[in-house]
Design a protein around this ligand. Structure first.
Ligand code: IMP
Ligand code: MG
Length: 187
């Protein structure tokens, strides 16, 4: 498998969290969710595309009857920035009425995407609505959001891999790596 260390791509920087650590943490999150939702059937909504790989691993770490759906959102911001103007590109297939919804996000950065989504999904009448995010970058927060389960809290680096992209690339890296800035290329 191509990882951060052996990648021939010069934008792929050092490993921040390796694949094994990710898997261990996903197992722990799955065990915690299994305990907290005992007797319930959580509905896990993955936010496309970044959370797709985390979602796929997380649902298999939960020992309950679950269902899932996906939503795709976009913002009008630049590549590595969020404008705060969020729009739904692909809506859910199913109603949330009376369901125990767990929103699965790759990373919470400014919090703007999550803030918008939580308001939007709350209006659809779920029985409960919680958030699980693989990564949290609290130093960049612009709006307060409650994240119920966090995989890892990370510093203010732009990261790629395990679903996270830069310009739609590097989602397939098994580790989470730091994106090298263009001026560092070839170092
Ligand atoms: P927020 O609205 O600023 O919290 O940003 C949320 C979205 O921005 C995430 O779902 C990611 O798609 C993207 N994002 C934020 N930080 C990173 C990063 O370090 N790497 C890749 N994507 C990021
Ligand atoms: Mg995303």
């Amino acid at each position: 498998m191509v990882n951060c260390t052996n990648s021939s791509n010069e934008r792929v920087g050092p490993v921040l969290i390796n694949a094994q650590s990710i898997q261990e943490r996903v197992r722990e999150l799955g065990a915690q969710i299994t305990q907290d939702y005992r007797g319930k059937s959580p509905h896990l909504i993955g936010i496309l595309k970044g959370a797709s790989i985390f979602h796929a691993d997380l649902v298999r770490a939960i020992d309950l009857v679950v269902s899932f759906d996906f939503i795709a959102v976009g913002s009008y911001g630049e590549d590595t920035k969020t404008s705060g103007e969020v729009r739904i590109l692909k809506d859910l297939d199913e109603s949330l009425e009376g369901r125990d919804v767990l929103l699965v996000e790759d990373i919470v950065d400014t919090g703007l995407t999550l803030h918008y989504l939580l308001q939007n999904l709350q209006s659809r009448g779920p029985n409960s609505l919680k958030v699980v995010a693989l990564l949290n970058k609290p130093s960049r927060r612009q709006i307060e959001v409650k994240v119920d389960y966090v995989g890892f809290t990370i510093p203010d680096d732009f990261v790629i891999g395990y679903g996270l992209d830069h310009s739609q690339r590097y989602r397939n890296l098994p580790d989470i790596c730091v994106l090298r800035s263009e001026r560092e290329e070839g170092r």
